[in-house]
Design a protein around this ligand. Sequence first.
Ligand SMILES: *Cc1c(COP(=O)(O)O)cnc(C)c1O
Length: 513
Amino acid sequence: MSMNAQGRPTAPAPETRPAASGPAALLPAEPLLFEIGDHDHSGVDLPDVEISDDRLGGLRRKAPLDLPGLTEPEAMRHYVRLSRRNYSIDSGMYPLGSCTMKHNPRLNEKMARLPGFADIHPLQPVSTVQGALMAMEQLSHWLMELTNTAAVALSPKAGAHGELCGMMAIKAAHEARGQGHRRIVLVPESAHGTNPATAAFLGYAVRSIDANENGTVDVAAVKAALSDDVAAIMLTNPNTCGLFESQIIEIAAAVHEAGAYFYCDGANFNAIMGVVRPGDLGIDAMHINLHKTFSTPHGGGGPGSGPVVLSEALAPHAPVPFVTRDGDSLGLAEHAGEGSLGRLTAFHGQMGMYIRALTYMLSHGADGLAQAARDAVLNANYLKARLDDLFTVPFDGQPVMHEVLFDDSFLKGSGISTLDFAKAMIDEGYHPMTMYFPLVVQGAMLIEPTESESLQTLDAFVETMRELAEDAKAGNVGRFAQAPMRAPLRRLDETRAARQPRLKYQPLAAAAE
Ligand SMILES: *Cc1c(COP(=O)(O)O)cnc(C)c1O
């Protein structure tokens, strides 16, 4: 391993890095547990049990349980070997724009595993879970404080679920006001796919709003589209081009004037937390991805959580349950009052995620959250400044927020696509950025470094990206068309994997027949 000027070890150069496949590799082909184990062995030694059939009501198993017998080292090694094939935020930079893969402080995990949070059951008497309810109350307080809103629904289990919750509250509010006929939802063309999907799921017709040449929403287009038939606008701020919607107040006023509500997609709240309060901008509902904003792993790393904050107008329509307080005693309101949209999930939501987010908030403090947002913005602008002579920036009118969007015009004529470029990044030890999203530009590359990457890490990333871009411009097509060459698996048929997933294990012999 070599050292850079700061005396920090740098990643090995590509030539010296071990190839990740091949007979001598550290990552051999990994069979399934069912293929390693057999029925004759067991990792545990249990005494034979005498069970009389009458106690089982005739439900006694007739064939042996089809589980593989394995020793503990065999099982352990299988999972550790699989884990080494994963790229993770703990193994390197993960610059996935919009998805915000933040470092997850270990303190979060330690707190979430405290028995008073981890080992409780949702059907326990509330008198025995007062501490957990207090944590939920505190989290609610922080979320309303940071957004200047009147209510919060904690139970949605992801951003998309939060959108559903917020839009259901909007629907309930319209119905309560005798405005149930409103059937159109306006969605800017740069929106995340979950926005139109949510609106359509609730039976709304989706009308797309064009972006202007600066990459933000065209206010005139919003005003022209508003009518007595419009129920809401769903707008992301900062938007998915990494830009602050600077005319958001004017948009909110026009939307309210037309009798509609303003749903804000708050997935990018990490760029403005502690700096801007969305309630001050006129939003009525906004989901907050706890798993993007307040650290915590998501995707393959763990569950998500998408609390929704609501304005004064929508608060009466919030779902149940929510935490109530009577003096020192906390409870959960379980029964939907008049106007409430009812219940979205079986219980109260993701306790583990609440604790991780609250830990992140309390360990940063209000000033620290604002600092994290500013650092995220600084890091994204640093990458932009160091790359924009080689990469092409489609919207260059204002500084970016937490992420920087490039398009593929710099690759024009090279025979190399955004996908090829991303695959070549894997060979250099980086998880690719978000590709082909947002759809408003051709061949999008959306890079989000987050606040926690050091200057050294950012510089190493910049050097790699510059070297790749120069090589692409020099027409070294082979390197890109072949990539990834060092990954455990090369290019996969992602379409087929998504369309025809193989979800059921078939014994090899049966599969061969
Ligand atoms: C991630 C994201 C969502 C959806 O959130 P999930 O938690 O993945 O369901 C919605 N909108 C935007 C802009 C996002 O980045």
